[in-house]
Design a protein around this ligand. Structure first.
Ligand code: BGC
Length: 737
């Protein structure tokens, strides 16, 4: 159904609705009751009865198609108007078939890969009756202590915007209502990634300069790509909780951007206004959120939704009934556009066929291969030479853990499975190569348990005799041609409620790594994680960043290690040396002492271990013939930058060509470098491609705190093109009237 048709239908429905029915549409509950998760805290609201009474417009956290059909039936058949439910869920990187985590997808620097992955995720979700995902997470972060870095695209707004738009396209298909797709809700609006100390949920203070130039652009890109929903953040932004932040939810979102979809709060975001000191009662919270521009309140059913108290607020004359009409219309419109009135139910029996579609695993494997980043490869240790390989020592507490390949947003109810690196290598190498295994060390226990653990069912990490395990790993390495060490963070060490105060390898992995390196055998480290980690003083021969690579992780890693896939990913963040450097970005402002820019700490340089955009390949590339088409352009005019990119090695491979600019003079200081364009290019050995990037006026403007608006200054600009943010091939052009 088109937007206009949906609008007409929604308006007609609205006319038939009572005040109580309108309030009911603004309510969303977690389904902790019913047939899925038993939670004694959920007792306050009888979900089934509330739906039947018309007091619920949407549900979340239910994935059992039989249960979803039941909920829809209650809404459709038991209520006077028969309005179906929006069914939302965190389909962040897959439902059953798990894709590489979003930070990994960003590392592919290939929006098409992210789009394909989310299209698969959407099809699995829609098959069970989910019609809306709380994704993509488009929060920029410069602070890897924050556990949710894994869910986003890293530190850069241009890469972040490209990934945001691609994921929306993947989830929604061509338009809202495309069969086999779901509504997409970018989150968390806005600034969540800049929380104090990288601590999840803590407050955020961001200048309008930072918001406009860095944190808001990925949201704008997601909405421009057609996203039908947006989720507000939890925390206070500049003193005002995001769920009651009228500047954000109305001035920016509606008045400036013209967003027509609906806004949902984060979990209990409206109720929490009371705890956050921004409302005096649930009713007050609902009134304030509504006034700020909130449409739907996501709540745990341990208390009755505050949105229902809007009925009293209207009756008491505190809010006009018409104030409910706008959000109700937006929500109804989404339901019409999604086709829920025509087809509220799913065929539960058809689900296994969708889940087990081999094409889904194929998309996941290719995405994992394309996401991997080869961080170091001394002496061309990788790819391993299969012809000469007789024995491999696979070592590390994550080596034999399929579940840990999956990353944070997985739930055991959806039966996700993951192939471990050990299993992937064994399957690939067959019986001709001796593949030994030692965990090498035990897994540390989490200090502050997470409520997610019960739903994720983390892999049982065996408790082992540390000393004996270490000795076993060392002996195994000594007896093998090469050691492949799978190190990093377990599945639940990243994501929500998983911030860390340091970036060291957890537990005793550093000791293990140092001991295996000390054997003198070649060591390949495969990292499984969602943030930069320090390897201490260890210098393994090769480091392959696999991220949480998803269901096909082990197979993808095996292909990469053996050279059947060539790494082409690049870092979507600066790989800092230690947590003490956070927050960090390559795109910092020039200081009055640029010559000492890397010397800000007494004890060490502040350059990262690996820069933003870094990533190696099994082949080599060279850049040349950089040219700008015009030395000077007028404000508003485009400038085209061209160059040659050549594969100078012996293998086919992908390179991500990156273009950075620096505006020398302006109404504000501009960053020393800013990514503006990129392209992932496949090149055969010896092949040269002539490349062009066109910088438009939009690429050259920024939001100025001086004029308090978007400006394009007259200035000279530096341009660099190359394979990372340290690219040295340079040119200049000028913007002048
Ligand atoms: C998270 C959101 C998520 C929601 C529903 C919240 O705690 O911050 O990202 O969508 O829960 O699961």
């Amino acid at each position: 159904m088109t937007e206009a048709e949906a609008r007409t239908q929604a308006e007609a429905m609205l006319k038939r609705m009572t005040l109580e029915e309108k309030a009911g549409q603004l309510v969303q509950y977690f389904d902790f009751g019913g047939a899925t998760v038993a939670n004694p805290k959920a007792a306050a609201v009888d979900i089934d009865a509330s739906i039947a009474k018309g007091e619920v417009g949407s549900m979340l956290f239910v994935t059992d198609p039989v249960r979803i059909n039941k909920l829809q039936e209650l809404a459709v058949k038991k209520t006077r108007l028969g309005i179906p439910l929006l069914i939302g869920y965190d389909v962040i990187h897959g439902l059953h078939t798990i894709m590489p985590v979003p930070i990994a997808m960003a590392a592919s620097w290939d929006p098409a890969t992210a789009e394909r992955g989310q299209a698969v995720a959407a099809s699995e979700a829609r098959a069970v009756g989910i019609n809306w995902t709380f994704a993509p997470m488009v929060d920029i972060t410069m602070d890897p202590r924050w556990g949710r870095m894994v869910e986003g695209a890293g530190e850069d707004p241009v890469l972040g915007a490209a990934m945001a738009a691609a994921q929306v396209r993947g989830f929604q298909g061509g338009a809202i209502g495309t069969p086999g797709h779901v509504l997409s809700g970018p989150k968390h609006f806005v600034g969540y990634g800049a929380s104090f100390g990288g601590r999840d949920y803590d407050e955020v203070d961001l200048s309008e300069n930072q918001l406009r130039n860095i944190y808001l652009p990925p949201f704008k890109a997601a909405l421009d790509a057609g996203a039908g929903n947006i989720m507000s953040a939890y925390m206070g932004l500049n003193g005002v909780p995001a769920a009651a932040n009228k500047w954000l939810l109305t001035d920016v979102l509606r008045k400036e951007w013209g967003f027509k979809g609906f806004v949902v709060s984060d979990a209990n975001g409206v109720n929490s206004l009371e705890k956050q000191g921004a409302a005096g009662s649930p009713k007050d919270a609902a009134v304030r959120a509504l006034d700020a521009g909130m449409d739907l309140a996501m709540s745990v059913p341990s208390v009755v939704s505050p949105m229902l108290s809007l009925v009293d607020a209207v009756k008491a004359g505190e809010v006009p009934e018409s104030a409910l009409d706008t959000p109700v219309l937006r929500l109804l419109e989404a339901k019409y556009r999604l086709g829920l009135f025509e087809k509220p139910y799913v065929d539960a029996k058809a689900v296994p066929q969708v889940f087990d579609d081999p094409a889904h695993r194929e998309v996941a494997r290719i995405a994992a291969e394309r996401s991997a980043v080869l961080l170091a490869n001394a002496g061309g240790l990788l790819p391993l030479d299969r012809a000469k390989l007789k024995s491999v020592a696979v070592i590390g507490p994550l080596a034999d853990e399929g579940h840990d390949m999956l990353g944070p947003w997985v739930f055991s109810s959806n039966k996700p499975v993951g192939v471990s690196v050990l299993a992937g290598l064994r399957a690939k190498l067959g019986t001709g190569v001796n593949v030994g295994y030692a965990a090498g060390t035990a897994w540390p226990t989490r200090k502050n348990p997470s409520f997610f653990d019960a739903m994720n069912k983390p892999g049982e990490h065996p408790s082992v005799d540390e000393k004996a395990e270490l000795a076993k790993a060392v002996d195994l390495a000594k007896a093998s041609d090469v050691a492949v060490m799978v190190l990093g963070e377990a599945q639940n060490m990243a994501g929500e409620f998983a911030s860390r105060s340091d970036l060291k390898l957890p537990g005793h992995q550093q000791t293990l790594l140092d001991a295996v390196i000390a054997t003198g055998k070649p060591v390949v480290v495969v990292l499984v994680n969602g943030r930069p980690l320090s390897l201490g003083d260890a210098r393994p021969g090769a480091v392959l960043e696999a991220w949480y690579p998803g269901s096909e992780g082990g197979n993808a890693v095996a292909n990469l290690l053996l050279g059947d896939a060539n790494p082409g990913g690049k870092l979507p963040f600066s790989w800092i040396r230690s947590a003490g450097q956070a927050p960090y970005t390559y795109a910092y402002l020039p200081s009055h002492q640029p010559d000492s820019a890397d010397k800000r700490y007494w004890n060490e340089d502040n350059s990262p271990t690996w820069p933003f955009g870094h990533g190696l390949s099994y082949t080599t590339f060279s850049y040349g013939k950089l040219a700008v088409d015009r030395a000077s352009v007028k404000p508003g005019e485009p400038v085209t930058v061209s160059f040659d990119l050549t594969n100078t090695g012996q293998r086919a491979g992908d390179e991500v060509a990156q273009l950075y600019i620096h505006q020398r003079v302006g109404t504000s200081s501009r960053p020393v470098r800013q990514l503006k364009k990129f392209a992932r290019v496949a090149l055969a050995p010896g092949e040269t491609k002539h490349m062009q990037f066109t910088l438009t006026a939009d690429d050259l403007r920024y939001w100025s705190a001086v004029t308090r608006g978007w400006v394009q200054d007259e200035s000279a600009f530096d341009v660099w093109v190359g394979g990372d943010s340290k690219a040295s091939m340079a040119a200049t052009f000028t913007v002048a009237k």
